[in-house]
Design a protein around this ligand. Structure first.
Ligand code: ADP
Length: 559
């Protein structure tokens, strides 16, 4: 982000175009130390001159007869006086001009939200940082370079935030900046931070899955979601629990390469499909990490272009970095046999990452999991307040037929993405992968002479990890710890991330059960009115205007 908006502060540049540092930054001593030195110097020289003039009066020497040391003293007095007056004078002007800007910026209030609650933030910058803020505002220090220039990520975030408020004339009040470890995200999770958004974490459970009990952390701002999943967990628990199977575990990446002819592209396709070549390609691929193990190579051709879908196991990491490194190794290796191969991109969208694509729905990506439970008739009646018959019918007409009518791709469920997103946010997964991770088909069938219900969720592309990415951040790591899957598995690499994938599927099962029950019993409207509607009178704070007033949807979720 370029914060340069005010050209009024001319920026001095070195011949290399590097902005020069301002006075405080040029001094190797902190400002209070240099001030102390100049104060001491000023008063010592003044004392020396007074002392000399007293001597001259006593010996009747004319005052204007100056010795070289007196001349030097007068010059030093003048210089130190100039330094002090400039330093404090400029600080004074800066202070006054910025407060004047704030005072006269009635646009601060005009430009903030309609509720009028947003006022200029209490800027937590101290006077030393004030000059750096001004340099960022004027553009002489690029905002992105604050961390490396200051060597202090927390201070950089505070300074950047203040600069953003001043440039945009928008208040960030309500967005906390203190209380977060910005060192922990530097260079890996988020660039140019100015604070952090708070999302509450609730818990659902115990989820009884594969004989283990889990308390599932869910981060959401949607009322009803945690409560509903919790009810599903209860129904599963009292029915004896759910069970799951991980069907496959492999992250994918598909580069696109181009040749001069379709014939050459086809030759590479045949080479990659030849089993005799797989072992040598695996050796090259697996050098990327001790956890990366090549599983398969699936090429697809489009004229002169070849899309090569590599799949590999990645231990407890979600694995995007790992698989990309392996793919790069193989592409480098292939160049010796196919020197005319032009690598267009390391990702050619046949992977397919963060986009709804049939390839993930059919072939799977990350962990493919199926999870099932039999819910007893009595539980369906007492806990879920519906009937087996109504649930089975609704599932057929909504999740299967309705989604088919809508032309859904992997969306044969009621709200899998609600649960997936909430767990992903809480446990530091990549929330953008919610797209394919939420692919799910929910099946319901009456069993045991039609008394009980068998429910299952099949999710082919759950992309999760327990190491790397956002999983190592303090809050997210605490949530993984709550589930007992924090970090790398000591027993067997990949066991923690696979377990997390089963927990995601088990929680989706609970969520599907509860929401489908609410819909079949006609409770959805009632519960949302109670839990998902703000009881605060939002309109009270908003100056009402018939044209500006937005109609608010009744539901937080398009169930
Ligand atoms: P991703 O590939 O999901 O983006 P990263 O590459 O950022 O993840 O993180 C994985 C890192 O964690 C690698 O450096 C890897 O060597 C290390 N690591 C340590 N233990 C494990 C484990 N059990 N499984 C996978 N990676 C592990």
């Amino acid at each position: 982000m370029d914060l340069r908006r005010r050209p009024s502060n001319p920026v001095r540049s070195t011949p290399l175009g590097e902005p020069t540092l301002n006075r405080n930054q040029q001094l190797s001593l902190p400002p209070y130390a240099t001030n102390a030195v100049f104060f001491t110097f000023f008063f010592s020289v003044a004392y020396f001159l007074l002392h000399r003039s007293r001597d001259k009066i006593r010996t009747s020497t004319p005052l204007h007869f100056l010795t070289p040391s007196e001349v030097a003293a007068i010059l030093s007095l003048f210089a130190s006086f100039l330094y002090l007056i400039t330093f404090f004078g400029i600080s004074f002007i800066f202070h006054n001009s910025t407060s004047a800007t704030r005072r006269t910026s009635s646009d601060y209030q005009d430009n903030t939200d309609l509720a009028g609650s947003a006022k200029p933030n209490q800027e937590p910058v101290n006077s030393n940082d004030e000059e750096i803020v001004n340099s960022v505002v004027s553009g002489s220090i690029p905002s992105y370079s604050l961390e490396s220039k200051l060597g202090d990520c927390n201070r950089a975030a505070v300074i950047r935030r203040t600069a953003v408020e001043r440039v945009t004339k928008r208040s960030l009040e309500g967005l906390p900046v203190e209380g977060f470890d910005y060192e922990s995200i530097f260079g890996q999770s988020c660039e140019m931070p100015i604070g952090f958004v708070q999302i509450p974490v609730g818990v659902a459970g115990p989820l009884l899955l594969d004989g283990k009990e889990y308390t599932v952390p869910m981060s959401t701002t949607e009322g009803c979601l945690v409560a509903s999943t919790n009810r599903g967990c209860k129904a599963i628990y009292v029915s004896g629990g759910a069970s799951s199977v991980v069907l496959r575990d492999g992250m994918t990446r598909a580069p696109v390469v181009r040749f001069g002819s379709a014939k050459r592209a086809a030759q590479l396709k045949l080479y990659l499909e030849n089993h005799d070549n797989f072992d040598s390609l695996s050796v090259v691929f697996n050098k990327s990490s001790r956890f990366a193990r090549l599983q398969s190579i699936k090429p697809a051709i489009a004229g002169k272009n070849l899309y090569i879908r590599f799949s590999c196991s990645t231990g407890d990491a979600m694995g995007m970095n790992m698989v990309s490194k392996g793919v790069q190794n193989v592409l480098d290796f292939l160049h010796s046999n196919f020197p005319d191969m032009d690598v267009i991109g390391i990702s050619g969208n046949y992977c397919s990452d963060k986009k709804a694509a049939a390839v993930n729905w059919i072939e799977g990506r990350g962990k493919s999991v199926v999870c099932e439970a039999v819910i007893k008739e009595e539980v369906v009646k007492k806990v879920l307040k519906t009937s087996v018959e109504a649930l089975v019918e609704l599932n057929m007409l909504k999740n299967l037929t309705g989604s088919a009518i809508a032309g859904a791709l992997g969306g044969f469920n009621a709200h899998a993405s609600n649960i997936v997103s909430a767990i992903y946010l809480a446990t530091g997964q990549d929330p953008a992968q919610n797209v394919e991770s939420s692919h799910c088909i929910t099946m319901m069938e009456a069993v045991n002479d039609g008394k009980d219900i068998h429910i299952s969720v099949t999710m082919p592309s759950i992309e999760v990890g327990t190491v790397g990415g956002g999983t190592q951040l303090a809050s997210q790591s605490a949530c993984l710890n709550l589930l007992g899957v924090k970090g790398a598995s000591k027993d067997s690499p990949g066991a923690n991330s696979r377990q997390l994938a089963t927990i995601v599927a088990g929680s989706v099962l609970a969520g599907e059960l509860s929401l489908m029950s609410a819909i079949s019993a006609g409770q959805l409207v009632k519960s949302h009115m109670k839990y998902n509607r703000s009881s605060r009178d939002i309109d009270k704070n908003v100056s009402w205007h018939p044209l500006k007033r937005k109609s608010r949807p009744m539901w937080g979720t398009p169930f």
